[in-house]
Design a binder for this molecule. Structure first.
Ligand code: ZN
Length: 219
């Protein structure tokens, strides 16, 4: 796993107590389950998402609390998950990368509900959990300011600088210093039927169809 320091991954992030995820995937376009696992860190999420941000860190922490409830062996099966989150650029990307859920395969959706939260569903079992950031976790003054900038589309350079500094100050002084189970609460949900994603072009995820086919003798 790449955790080296670079311009978008500063020293404090590389040495921070961030979650690491072990995932299982298939091995080719029509492949079986891979025998080996991959390890994904938050720097990998940054490369996918485009930047480090408080939302990426908070989403990773929340999923680090929720995923072990569905996968007690701490191996996340990215062929077997559906996920719902708020339609935040950061939270939706964390959700897709770590679960394998995609809108186009009917396995990722968004709901317009504020906060850092995810609903996860293990497809094979129907088991569902919801993880949420506790209401007093993130300063309300910051979320109010973020919402105001987005709704008005107006922010001065100084305001943006102050917001970014305040977000990282909260990450380093609270998020990284607090046991993640204190900030994020996970609970099981009743097994429920997934509501199809209203996206007309969705189709089957063909790279997981044959994951359980036995291997031939020489492989
Ligand atoms: Zn972001």
């Amino acid at each position: 796993m790449d955790n080296s320091v670079t311009w978008y991954w500063p020293t404090w992030a590389a040495s921070a107590p961030l979650p690491v995820f072990r995932v299982r995937d298939t091995e080719s376009s029509h492949g079986r389950y891979a025998l080996e696992l991959k390890t994904i860190g938050v720097k990998d999420l940054v490369k996918f998402h485009g930047h480090a941000c408080d939302g990426l860190f908070r989403g990773a922490m929340a999923l680090a609390v929720a995923l072990p409830v569905l996968f007690p062996d701490n191996i996340v099966d990215r062929t077997d998950l559906r996920v719902i989150s708020r339609n935040s650029p950061c939270l939706g990307d964390v959700a897709a990368y770590l679960t394998g859920g995609r809108v186009r395969f009917n396995s990722q959706d968004v709901v317009n509900q504020a906060g850092v939260w995810f609903v996860l569903e293990q497809i094979s079992t129907g088991h569902r959990v919801r993880v949420e950031e506790n209401p007093d976790g993130y300063p309300e003054s910051l979320s109010d300011e973020e919402a105001q900038f987005v709704s008005t589309g107006v922010a001065t350079p100084e305001q943006l600088d102050r917001l970014q500094a305040a977000q990282w100050d909260w990450v380093t002084s609270v998020l990284l210093k607090t046991p993640r189970e204190t900030l994020y609460t996970v609970r099981r949900l009743p097994e429920d039927s997934w509501e199809d994603v209203p996206y007309a072009h969705r189709g089957p995820r063909t790279d997981v169809l044959f994951k359980d086919v036995p291997r031939t003798i020489d492989r």
